[in-house]
Design a protein around this ligand. Structure first.
Ligand SMILES: Nc1ncnc2c1ncn2[C@@H]1O[C@H](COP(=O)(O)OP(=O)(O)OP(=O)(O)O)[C@@H](O)[C@H]1O
Ligand SMILES: [Mg+2]
Length: 464
């Protein structure tokens, strides 16, 4: 392709040839185009090509390429694109991670490492966004980045994704692009998902003739992977790694915009505690028994008194918490002090009630709560601010050896989900949609005593 450089000179830019699938990806006219499946199909290469070609073709286009971390961007995108585009046509600012072209186009290389990144992107506008390895992102992150797709110019707005099965985003990518199971019944029709907006281009490693010729051993390596990983990586099989434990959880249905919770709704907390991590969740229940999880706290390395202090500081002064549910091991006596952690929490101002520890029963209650009620909405909803819990619910896998239980690895995604289980197994989240007379606070405190496990606990503890 010929492009004008400074002072009107023309420069030949050779971006190289594309495979048939890569061409389909680059030519897609859908708002969201995902290119995915098997490893090594040439997805990342197609992203680099399309971004560079777009920057040269459309004067003034704003392009964002996102990955989870900068090192991934550096080796997969920044360095190769700098090699692809002659230095006369663009310069790179390593501090801003931005490549600026002489025609006014910009490619921003952005990392997105979680909530804190959101503020960085707030207010920015892009014409094209590329999300390489989209299954490493949550649906919420995808939608947030999608909201940056705007700008008052004639350049068509597009979101390009590449993806391999597996990862925290496996579910939403599979739902939108493989199963094409769209949400079309929202109260506000503008929020519905339009099937025409989503296009999927399947990749196989055989598509990538360049790789097949240069590294035939790569295919052999893929073929010798363990069965389920081989099915996913070699053949791009989206069912091979679909072992997520809560397939009923769907961020598009279960996550809602925060709202002001009426003061008379009963409120609860539930936490999971270990020295490695404190995960505390706040819940409010409406008159019909529907529960809203409205706040979360996840903090590592806290001793009990500190953990209690943090739970209290996250609870507003006018917030009356009916019960705080906690894991049964809080009632084990410490060898050195002879006290239980339950007593320590109590003396630190957080009286707790023992939750049932049966995991399988508990998970069934969580699943029950996630199910839709007669009115078409789930019995348990999450404020969109509870990002850690949502992410953990999407990421937690079924246990390979016991499909009724969920895996305890990766350990970091288990804490919020355990806390959620303690809440669901202790409270009845009404799933039938029938209105329930709200309990008054005296009844709640009776419940509280009934829940207490007096045998292990000092009398003073019951006096709360
Ligand atoms: N059209 C092409 N021309 C030349 N080389 C290519 C082309 N397409 C892909 N390649 C090369 O093939 C190799 C694999 O491609 P790439 O990294 O894009 O695959 P991928 O699908 O992103 O893989 P993964 O799933 O592992 O992320 C890379 O070395 C890449 O440079
Ligand atoms: Mg890649």
């Amino acid at each position: 392709m010929k492009r004008k450089a400074i002072k009107g000179n023309s420069i030949d830019v050779d971006l190289g040839q594309l495979t048939v699938k890569q061409k389909l990806f680059c030519l897609s006219r859908a708002l969201y185009t995902a290119y995915g499946g098997a490893r090594g199909g040439g997805k990342t290469h197609a992203v680099r090509w399309k971004a560079a070609a777009g920057a040269l073709r459309y004067d003034g286009i704003r392009i964002l390429i996102v990955r989870r971390t900068y090192p991934e961007l550096q080796s997969n995108h920044i360095e190769p694109i700098l090699r692809l585009v002659p230095p006369e046509l663009a310069s790179y600012n390593g501090t801003l991670h931005t490549m600026t072209f002489v025609n006014g186009s910009v490619i921003k290389f952005g990392h997105y490492s979680g909530n804190s990144s959101e503020t960085e992107y707030q207010g920015q506008e892009y014409d094209w966004i590329f999300m390489d390895e989209a299954t490493q992102f949550t649906e919420r992150e995808f939608r947030f980045l999608g909201s940056l797709l705007r700008g008052v110019n004639k350049i068509p707005k597009r979101f390009y994704l590449t993806c391999n099965p597996g990862g925290v985003g496996h579910r939403w990518v599979k739902r939108l692009f493989i199963n094409r199971s769209f949400i079309t019944d929202r109260a506000n029709p503008e929020e519905n998902e339009n099937p025409n907006d989503y296009s999927f281009i399947p990749a196989t490693v055989e598509d990538n003739t360049y790789l097949m010729e240069a590294s035939p051993a790569y295919v052999q390596m893929l073929s010798s992977l363990p069965e389920n990983i081989r099915r996913a990586h070699r053949y791009g099989d989206w069912d091979a790694l679909a072992g997520t434990y809560f397939p009923e959880f769907n961020a598009a249905r279960h996550v809602i915009k925060p709202f002001q919770i009426p003061a008379h709704w009963m409120r609860y907390r539930a936490f999971d505690y270990g020295l490695d991590m404190l995960a505390c969740l706040w819940f409010a229940q409406d008159e019909s028994g529907r529960t809203y999880m409205y706040r979360e706290l996840k903090l590592p390395n806290r001793i009990v008194s500190d953990a209690a202090k943090m739970i209290l500081s996250y609870t507003l002064s006018d917030e009356r918490i009916g019960i705080t549910f906690a894991p049964p091991d809080m009632w084990n006596r410490q060898k050195d002090s002879g006290k239980t952690m339950a007593e320590l929490f109590m003396t630190s101002g957080v009286p707790i009630v023992r939750a049932d520890s049966n995991r399988v029963q508990g998970w069934l209650q969580v699943k029950e709560a996630l199910a839709l009620r007669q009115d078409g909405r789930p019995a348990l909803l999450f404020f969109s601010t509870c990002t850690e819990t949502v992410r953990d619910l999407e990421a937690i896998l079924a246990d390979d050896s016991n499909p009724n239980d969920c895996a305890t690895e990766p350990h970091e995604v288990t804490h919020t989900v355990d806390a959620l289980r303690y809440y669901c197994v202790s409270r009845t989240v009404r799933t039938d949609g029938a209105a329930e007379k709200p309990k008054n606070r005296d009844d709640e405190l009776d419940d509280y005593d009934a829940f207490m496990t007096g045998d292990e606990v000092m009398r003073g503890y019951l006096e709360y």
